[in-house]
Design a protein. Structure first.
Length: 392
């Protein structure tokens, strides 16, 4: 019996070891997902800073070619980028301030249009009901039954008198719901907004130090690897940089083209606030899957508020649909598609996953994060099957 028990114990130990080996990646994945969720503000801030640094790096290299030190070139590029961002924000603020002054008039016109549309829908519903449902033959009214004879007070049955305020002799029970104080709700909102603004204030400093210390960071990072792994890490960094730069810059160029053309068309048809509706519509058109309907919302709202005729809506629909189709079918594959090779299924799953973890920021960062992961898999020999799975 002792001889038979030894192989059984060895088999059990082997099964337990295999189970631990199989469970380790699952546990590691769970820990990573938990860290990404609970530290989403930190990770989003860091990733945005890395993306901006990748975008601005070619301009720093251009200044270094004319004998600028890297620190000075990084400072100049970051200053110019902040100035452009300030000018864009100032222009948007001017348009939004003008729209805010006319908001009551716009709201009233939009409410009138919505009320008219709802009235027409009610009329169509009533007409459809009359056509589909046959009218029933009118029935003769049934005479109401005669009221019972009144009894005299002597023969009247005694009635139980219920005290007022105590219906059915059952005391009224009120459930006291503990509501959260309004001040606590305001404090939570202000606290989350303060956290976002605090982390966003670090982005310019992160970008500057990433640009000025790029060479040192690159050399120090490669010191963690040796031999073939160091070459794979260097290729992965180069691939991630090219991919992020091509994806973000390509989308930005497409958004600018769509914004300029849309603003010109809106200005030609005398749409109110074309410098606000055009850029918002142009960049919303680049949102995956739902870009076209989202791009129609800003000019439609402005057109309704401005009281434009139906022909303006048809022009807006045709222009935005044509620009959307041209951008996605002709320009996007040449400008962005050559950098990002992801199949549609992976893109959809990535949007769902990162949108669940990081909400709207996850939807914006889903494709570059997944493409960066694919760039790493393509340059690491043991991970190349995963890169092929993610590719198109």
């Amino acid at each position: 019996m002792a001889i038979l028990s030894r192989p059984l114990k060895a088999q059990e130990l082997l099964n337990a070891q295999e189970l631990r080996v199989a469970a380790s990646p699952v546990l590691a994945m769970g820990v990573i997902i938990a860290l990404l969720y609970w530290g989403r503000v930190f990770f989003i801030t860091s990733i945005i800073a890395v993306i901006i640094a990748f975008i601005l790096e070619p301009f720093v290299g251009l200044l270094m070619r004319i004998r600028f030190p890297r620190s000075v070139a990084s400072f100049v590029v970051c200053s110019i980028a902040l100035m452009l961002l300030y000018l864009m924000g100032l222009g948007a603020y001017t348009q939004i301030a003008g729209l805010w002054e006319e908001l009551p008039r716009f709201s009233q016109r939009i409410a009138d249009v919505v009320e008219g549309g709802r009235h027409k829908i009610d009329e169509m519903e009533a007409t459809t009901y009359r056509v589909l449902v046959p009218s029933k033959p009118q029935q003769q009214p049934v005479p109401a039954p005669a009221p019972p004879p009144k009894r005299s007070r002597r023969n009247a049955e005694p009635q139980m008198v219920v005290p007022q305020g105590v219906p059915g002799l059952i005391p009224e029970v009120r459930i006291h719901e503990e509501r959260k104080p309004f001040t606590d709700l305001i404090y939570e909102r202000i606290g989350s907004l303060y956290q976002i603004l605090l982390m966003a204030s670090f982005i310019p400093f992160l970008v500057y130090f990433m640009l000025s210390w790029r060479d040192h960071i690159h050399r120090s990072f490669l010191q963690f690897f040796e031999g073939e792994d160091r070459a794979a890490a260097s290729r992965s960094l180069q691939g991630i940089g090219d991919m992020v730069r091509g994806f973000v810059v390509g989308n930005f160029v497409l958004g600018v083209i769509l914004a300029v053309v849309s603003s010109l068309v809106f200005w030609m048809i005398k749409l109110p606030y074309p410098l606000l509706a055009g850029p918002v519509s142009g960049f919303l058109s680049l949102v995956p899957y739902v870009g076209l309907p989202m791009a129609l919302i800003p000019p439609a709202i402005v057109a309704i508020g401005g009281g434009h005729p139906l022909a303006s809506f048809l022009i807006i629909l045709l222009v935005i649909a044509m620009l959307h189709l041209i951008a996605l079918n002709l320009l996007y594959p040449k400008i962005v598609g050559s950098r990002v090779h992801l199949n549609p299924l992976v893109v959809t799953v990535a949007l769902m996953f990162w949108g669940f973890l990081w909400d709207a920021a996850g939807l914006l960062l889903a494709i570059p994060l997944t493409a960066a992961l694919k760039a790493v898999c393509d340059n690491v020999r043991t991970l190349r099957p995963f890169g092929k799975f993610l590719g198109d």
